[in-house]
Design a protein around this ligand. Sequence first.
Ligand SMILES: [Zn+2]
Ligand SMILES: [Zn+2]
Length: 345
Amino acid sequence: MKAAVLTKVGCIEIMEHEIPQISDDEVLVHVEYVGVCGSDLHFFAEGGIGAAKIQEPRILGHEACGRVEKVGKNVTDLKEGDNVVLDPGLSCGKCHYCRTGRYNLCTYALKWFLGNPWTDGAFREYMAYPADRTYKLPDSIPKIRAALIEPYCVALHAVERSAAGYGQNAVVLGAGCIGLMTLMALKAHGINEIIVVDVIESRLAKAVELGASHIINAAKENPVEKLKELTEDIGVDLVFETSGSIQAQAQTVEYLKKGGTITFVGFSSGQLVNYDISTLMRKEANIATVFRFANQHKKAIEQLADNPIELEKIMPQIYKLDNIQQAIEENIRDKDKVIKCVIEI
Ligand SMILES: [Zn+2]
Ligand SMILES: [Zn+2]
């Protein structure tokens, strides 16, 4: 089978690998589409993210869907031919966090996640994958939408962590893939007044298409002042920071209504943020954070099947596996044109 291997920083080579053998608890998945995540871009361009450094040739990619080709002896709820999506959050299953259902916080979470410095990912034709992290897709979900379920799960987790409720209003900082997914997840949760802030005009236009009630281009106007104007000086109930910019992180408290909740979703590259705790306290604000997600696939699949949310409207650019190097380079270079790349395996 073909596999796309990151052999050194900035270089992915297509190689021939053996089709993997499955254990009794695994399924063999014929991979069909895999989204390219921001983390893949960092691994490609810089060889790592913080402490996670690529040491040896690795297959990246963790946003995968495909078809079951074979099932292990102990697998009862999946069969050959099922369309599936993979939860990349592998975990030890034994530590305190795994045993209390928060497997995204597994003591060994760094090492177990699919497509990172320690575990080969999904940019390849076949994978042996644990059946308990493989979710069957209904026919009503097209494959290209299924390839976007993983980032949608991040957004669902963020909305859940924020405890968003009907009738509240929100601002989403950053209109990249996760920001736009957060916008869609908020709408699915009955939040309709959503302001989106970014500095790229084409991404803001996409936010409007997906239902943002207002947009603010932070390169052209002061986003805090503009938001105050839009909310009669009160601010919003919910702030979602998805850009990872430390400037945007520091500003989050200024957008917030008293009693509101700030949810940090985008990672910054480890720099410390100068944060105004006094204002945060005077507003009696809540802070929530998100590390990947846990237990969201089932909810996402049900939501997307019953009430079709067309995730593919973010217009992913589709590239063949052979062109993965070009896909990632263009994704890094053309931020105003490419919101998301998906690799067709
Ligand atoms: Zn991802
Ligand atoms: Zn664990």
